[in-house]
Design a protein around this ligand. Structure first.
Ligand code: URA
Length: 212
């Protein structure tokens, strides 16, 4: 697994305000949205394109357009929804599939509780959105789910990642035969005993959508 940590002063600035405990939900949502758009630029660096002949007002030329099948963006419910708009702003023609994963708060194991994805993902590049890479269980399970259906190139986009989570994710998907890239806004210090990223930003889902 290739890991790309975004290195940009705007990302660092926005992440700092996102982390602050007194940042309210509307501001948190706006910052998350802006951060994802910046991360999306990095995450789509290898999005597939094909040659496209056009005419400008001056001459004929060859450009490129996104290849078919179009990329698939997969937010992991619920917190990944807060990253969807920021991602499709840069990839407006991408299709969107949904995957619902719950983390058991005792065992930290991920379980699928909902999915709305095409059955056949052969030849698809997939962008998986989940703000927090903590233990790695949810992302590992999601990536396997997509690869089992034929996806052949996966990029996971997270706002924050814990070093333990990156290592565990790498181990849990080591046997997969497709390229997997992780693009993250920052790699934090560690995971605490409750499975929270330190210093982190708390529960991303709660901060986006409230405690429900
Ligand atoms: N999920 C969150 O929302 N926050 C963490 O710190 C870890 C997992």
């Amino acid at each position: 697994m290739r890991v790309l940590t975004a290195d940009h002063p705007l990302i660092a600035h926005k992440l700092t305000y996102l982390r602050k405990k007194d940042t309210d939900s509307p501001t948190f949502r706006r910052l998350a949205d802006e951060l994802v758009t910046l991360l999306a630029y990095e995450a789509t660096r290898e999005v597939r394109t094909e040659p496209f002949d056009i005419e400008t007002p001056v001459s004929a030329t060859q450009g490129v357009k996104l290849s078919s099948p179009k990329p698939l963006v997969v937010p992991i419910l619920r917190a990944g929804l807060g990253m969807l708009d920021g991602m499709v702003r840069l990839l407006p023609t991408a299709e969107v599939g949904f995957l619902g994963m719950l983390r058991d708060e005792q065992t930290f194991e991920a379980k699928t509780y909902a999915n709305r994805l095409p059955d056949d993902l052969s030849g698809r590049q997939c962008y998986v959105l989940d703000p927090m890479l903590a233990t790695g269980g949810t992302l590992a399970m999601s990536i396997r789910y997509l690869v089992d259906r034929g996806a052949d190139d996966i990029t996971a986009v997270t706002l924050l990642a814990a070093p333990e989570g990156i290592e565990a994710l790498g181990e849990q998907i080591a046997d997969l035969d497709v390229p997997v890239t992780l693009v993250t806004g920052a790699v934090d210090e560690r995971l605490n005993e409750q499975g929270y990223i330190v210093p982190g930003l708390g529960d991303a889902g709660d901060r986006l959508y409230g405690v429900v």
